[in-house]
Design a protein around this ligand. Structure first.
Ligand code: ATP
Ligand code: MG
Length: 225
C-alpha cells in the first residue's frame, strides 16, 4: 500500500509574549492510504497545531509535509487553498459552519467552489448519508450540536477527499451522540476508502482506529494501552 501522507522532521515554535514555545520538534509520520490513525495527547501537547500544519492552514518552521505526493511546504496560499478544497476534508471541533447558510448550502459550498456539476444533488446525498434529509433548509442556529457536527461531516466527505482530518469531532457532544457521529465518520471513511487522522481524548474511540499514536514532547510515539 502506498503512503498518502509523509511528514518529515517538522518543527513548529510559537512566540508567546517574547518567549519561544517549541510545540513540535522534528516530528515524522508516514500514513498509508486507507489507514485510520488516532492521535492522543495531553491538552496543549500540539495536536491541533499538528493538524493545522497537515491541512496547510499554517506552515512548519522546518521539515516537509507531502500529501498525495505534493509538498505542502512549497505552495503559496492560493495553491494551498486549492489543494485543500480538492484533496482534504476537515472536521473542526467547533464545526465552523457558515451561520448564514442552510445545512444544504453549507454542504453544497465546497462543490460549488470546485465548480462541480450537480452540487446540490450531491450535497443532498451527503446529508442523507448522515441522516439529515429532514433538516436541509435549517440554519446552523436552528440545529442541535450533534446535527451541526453531522453537517460538518457531510461537508468534509461531500468532495470525496482522499484524506480526512478531524479534531475532536465528538468533543462537544454527549456520549451517545458522540459515538453515533464517530461511528458514522468511520463507516463513511471505510465505504469511500478514505484515510482518516483523528485527534481525540477518548481512548475508546482511538481503539477503533488501525493505529494509535501519542503526541508527547513534540513528537509522535506508538500509544501503549
Ligand atoms: N497561534 C498560537 N500562538 C501562540 N501559541 C500557540 C498558538 N497556537 C497554539 N499555541 C500553543 O501551542 C501549544 C499547543 O497547542 P495546541 O492547540 O496544538 O494543543 P492541543 O494538543 O490541540 O490541545 P487541546 O487538547 O487542549 O486541544 C499550546 O501551549 C498553545 O498555547
Ligand atoms: Mg486542540
Amino acid at each position: 500500500m502506498t503512503n498518502i501522507a509523509s511528514i518529515q522532521k517538522i518543527s513548529k515554535t510559537y512566540n508567546q509574549g517574547g518567549k519561544k514555545v517549541e510545540v513540535l520538534y522534528q516530528l515524522s509520520l508516514q500514513v498509508k492510504r486507507g489507514e485510520t490513525v488516532a492521535i492522543l495527547g495531553q491538552s496543549g501537547s500540539g495536536k491541533s497545531t499538528f493538524l493545522s500544519l497537515m491541512a496547510g492552514l499554517d506552515q512548519p518552521d522546518f521539515g516537509q509535509i507531502s500529501i498525495d505526493d505534493t509538498d505542502l511546504t512549497k505552495m503559496d496560499q492560493e495553491e494551498l487553498a486549492r489543494f485543500r478544497s480538492k484533496n482534504l476534508g476537515i472536521v473542526f471541533q467547533q464545526y465552523h459552519l457558515m451561520s448564514n447558510l442552510t445545512a444544504l448550502e453549507n454542504v453544497s459550498l465546497p462543490l460549488e467552489l470546485q465548480r462541480q456539476k450537480e452540487a446540490e444533488t450531491k450535497a443532498r446525498k451527503a446529508l442523507e448519508q448522515v441522516g439529515l434529509s429532514h433538516r436541509l433548509s435549517h440554519l446552523p442556529s436552528e440545529l442541535s450540536g450533534g446535527e451541526c457536527q453531522r453537517v460538518a461531516i457531510a461537508r468534509a466527505i461531500v468532495t470525496k477527499p482522499s484524506l480526512i482530518l478531524a479534531d475532536e469531532p465528538s468533543g462537544n457532544l454527549d456520549g451517545k451522540t458522540g459515538k453515533e457521529v464517530m461511528d458514522l465518520l468511520f463507516t463513511l471513511c471505510k465505504e469511500q476508502e478514505q484515510t482518516l487522522i483523528l485527534v481525540t481524548h477518548n481512548q475508546e474511540l482511538s481503539k477503533l482506529c488501525d493505529r494509535c499514536l501519542h503526541l508527547r514532547e513534540g513528537r509522535l510515539f506508538a500509544h501503549k494501552t
